[in-house]
Write a protein that binds this ligand. Sequence first.
Ligand code: ARG
Ligand code: ASP
Length: 736
Amino acid sequence: MRKFLFPVLISFLLPFTALAGEGMWLPFLLGQLNEADMQSLGMKMSAEDIYSVNKGSLKDAIVHFNGGCSSSIISPQGLLLTNHHCGYSAIQTHSTLQNNYLQDGFWAMKQSDELKNENLVATFIERIEDVTKDILKGVTDKMTTKERQDKTSQNIEAFKKAYAKKKYEDILIKPFFKGNQYILFVTITYKDVRLVGAPPSAIGKFGADTDNWEWPRHTGDFSIFRIYADKNNLPAKYSPDNQPLKPKHFLPVSLDGVETGDFTLIYGFPGRTNEYLPSFAVKQVQDVIDPARIEIREHALKILDKAMRNDPNIRLQYSSKYARIANYWKKWIGERSGLIRTHAVEKKQKMEVQFAERLAAKPALNQKYGELLADMDYKYQEIELLAVYREYFHELFFRHIEIFKPANSLRRFFAKANDENYKELAPDTKKSLERFYKDYQPTVDRDVFKSLMQLYTDNVCTAYFPNILLEDRFLEGYDMEQLATEFYDNSIMTQPKKLLKLIDEKKIDEIKNDPVYRLFMDIVDAYSTRLNPEYQALKAPIDSMQRQYMAALMEVLPEKKFYPDANGTMRVTYGQVEGYLPKDGVQYLPKTYLDGVIAKYVPGDYEFDLPQHLLDLYAAKDYGQYAENGRLPVNFLGSNHTTGGNSGSAVIDAYGNLIGLNFDRVWEGTMSDMNYDRTICRNIMVDIRYVMWIMDKYAGAKRLVDEIQFVHPKAGMKSKKPWKNKTTKKRRKRKW
Ligand code: ARG
Ligand code: ASP
């Protein structure tokens, strides 16, 4: 049972108190911080079952997938499960018009059909240690930010050198709690990861952008890979002699399904959260930063959407780009309204008042931290416009206006190339340019350029304009058509053949004289000599104050359990299967079924079409062992605190078995990155039975299904200890 604190404390602690659901916990501290809470939610494991350095534990089946997504091992032969959207680019790379695996799916029917992937890696965590003492040795409060940084970097280097690690291990040291703590991760990275299976996009990406961040959801967002190792079971580059990895642990698959109230544990690698921002910083995101980002993307998306509707070829070229832009556009809209709806700013303000009251009672702490929030507030006001301009630079020049991408590749190439290595480096640059031009439409991009440059010249202060745009001829203002004519219509960046030829002929000066190249160089100059230095000069003290604020919170509230913000490292989050109330009078149930997939079916639609074979299996109700009362489960919801990077995370039941695959959150709860709210923050998972059914019945990949160890933990529990099940159920019943 959770302890109850006296009422004053409860209201005081509310914004930062970990109620079940909130928190991304370090696996090696679960025993200390969470075990009892987890067990009170129905977990039947110990902390040691989840993370151990002494014996095989769940941790040994959890894999960081290519540095950005999560994944897990689901067979004794190194089979790895992640999302379709995480395996997407690997699947795309192998796809051609004849063998369109994105469209039709891919299943390696024998081991030799499994496809190798260049540069795809899978990382295990060997062990985790707190190394704060070593890294902060010699660091004092009196140091400037720069001195502190230098000292910690030195310490990290020295620590790494001295640390006894095996040849195939890597070590990673990361700051936690804003740099108040340092944690070491010893990792093992496998480099031969092969594509084994993927459903067609009509299943793996069913609902596409319309359903993205939404519930009710019906997506089979999974793909399957296999890790290969050398004959000693150690990492090795691709070789036909490599063998499937024999993992230390793999996750058995539960066929028992989930019910409301069931315990769920998400094990993966959440990317970035900001849960300890002060109220004014949250307000800035809500009222200034998010609106700016949303507006920029809205402009870009509008143009792409129109072009894609009018031309199927453009749709093919731009659908993945569109999805990428739309993903966070939609997220930020949800985040902003979620912050408003949950009164995040007021909640943090209230907390800050009480923080000040607690400080006031302790003169020594007050002396140290009394002015901190006021100082920070001031710095946030100072940085506000620069932060917006920075968004403009990043969004426009490094993302949406595509013509700057070849300019940027060439800029980097020229920075590295000299007379000796030019010939050696050129092919890589050419390859990346060719890849870019394959999906590039200058007419579309020209419209994006015009639309976004209008926004830019309207909203960004001229002090940060690229020099070209400050020439006298622009004194009267900017005519976007004229700008586009000047830059686009005369640029070799829109003429790939000519450009590649110039690279071959080493006509560097001619390229450097290109109007787009010159404009881009001026943009980089404006950014790196004016905007960014000014921004960083304010960001550094803000970071330093944020670190002190974090330390202050922990000092002033010694009774509270804090969890560190996500930073791409291994975490456990836990909650329960549960629905939510998205708006007044509406209740969302936590599970969806194949019937719902079929109900959304729109033949020929690029988001909601379905493969005939799936329709046939549905008509025959051929669900095998994967059915639940005659229906096939597809997705479910839980109150687990997740973020970007958690995609592909294993969803584990009370006993340590795989029950699902995390892939998204609900739109109303996307502010969880700054303000987790148990009432509406939900993560979205694929039911593992849907994954297995697709593999088994849809794809007929029997050899893969045979590798899986299926279990029925609930049946086992019921027959052995029926009373135990009952009590857990009762205690956790939701009262809608
Ligand atoms: N919203 C999810 C995430 O942030 C899924 C994104 C992929 N799916 C999509 N339709 N774009 O990654
Ligand atoms: N879809 C996200 C991912 O790819 C997960 C999330 O943001 O909830 O990691």
